[in-house]
Design a protein. Sequence first.
Length: 333
Amino acid sequence: MAWSCSGRPSRSTRATSTSSTSEGVMQRIAFVMRVLPGQEDEYRRRHRAVWPEMLRALKDAGCANYSIYMRGRELFAWMAWSRGSCPRPGSTSCSPRCSTSTDTGSALLYEHMEVRMTETERGLREQLVAYARRMLAAGLVKGTSGNLSARPPGADWCLVTPSGVDYETMRGEELVKVDLAGRPIADALKPSVDTPVHVAVYRVRADVASVIHTHSPYAAAFSTLHRDVPPLITESAGYLGGAVRVMEYVPPARPDTGDQVAAGLGGDRAVLLPNHGVVAVGEDLRKSYTAAAQVEESAHIAFLALQLGEPHPVPASEVERMHDFIHHRYGQR
C-alpha cells in the first residue's frame, strides 16, 4: 500500500474527529488511496491481513482516534493525534511497522493540520445526515439528486451535502464545510453543484439557517407548467405564507445562478424553479424540511382538486392569520 507522504492539499475527509484534547484541538493525518481497477478484492484481502499490526503501531505512536472506509476504489482515512505526537511529513514514527508495500494502491495525498471542531458543528453534521435520509425516504428526491445545507445562526460558513454521494450511506464527515463564497474551508469531497444557490441565500437572508433543494414530483409538475402552487389548505398555506410562486427560468450552473435564485426566492419560505424543482428555507433544518414537504403536499392536493373542478384558495386574510399562528404561537413556546 506504500503510504508515502507529500505536501499537496488533501482531498480526504477532514475536520471531523470525535476525539479531542482538553482544548478540543487535535492534530491529524488525512489521506486518500485509490486502488487500481480490478484490484479491489486483492486490496481488501491484504488490508485485512496487515491492519491489526498497523493499528498496534498507531496506538504505540500516540494515535488517539481514526476512521477508515472505502467508497468505490477510493479509500478515505484520517488519524487523530494528541497535540505534539503527530508525525511530521517524512517522519518514520510509524515506520516500518505501519507501512507495507503492494502494487494494489498508492498514497496520493498527505496533510498535517490543526483542527478545532465544536459540539455545534458535530451536532449539525448529524442532523444534516438524518434529514438527507428523511428527504430521500419521503420521496422528495431520488438517488443522489437534490441537496441541503445548514449553518449555525449568523455563521459565515455552512455545511452542504457533497456532490453525487448516496444519502443512505453518507457520513457526517463527508459533508463539506464552505464559506459564504462557496469555497471549501476544510473538507475534501466536492460540494454540491448547487452550493452557489445555498450560499447566495445565506448572504442575503440573515434569518435563514438551512436551505433544501428537492425534485419532488407534484411540485416539479407545477414547475413545468410555470404555474404557482395555489394556497388551498389552511395548514400548508399558513406555514408557507400563501401561494408558492414559480420564478423566472434560470439556466443551472451559471456564475450568476445562485444570486438569481436568491433574488427569485425573496423573503419567502419556498419558490419553484421552472422545469426543475423546489428551493425551500427555514430558521433551522426542521423548518426548511417542513417547508419543502409542505410545498409537495400543497402541489399534490392542488393536482387532485383540479381533477374535480375549480378549487377555492384560502382567503389572504386567513393565510396571514395562520402564518402568524403557526410560526409565532403554535406548539410549546
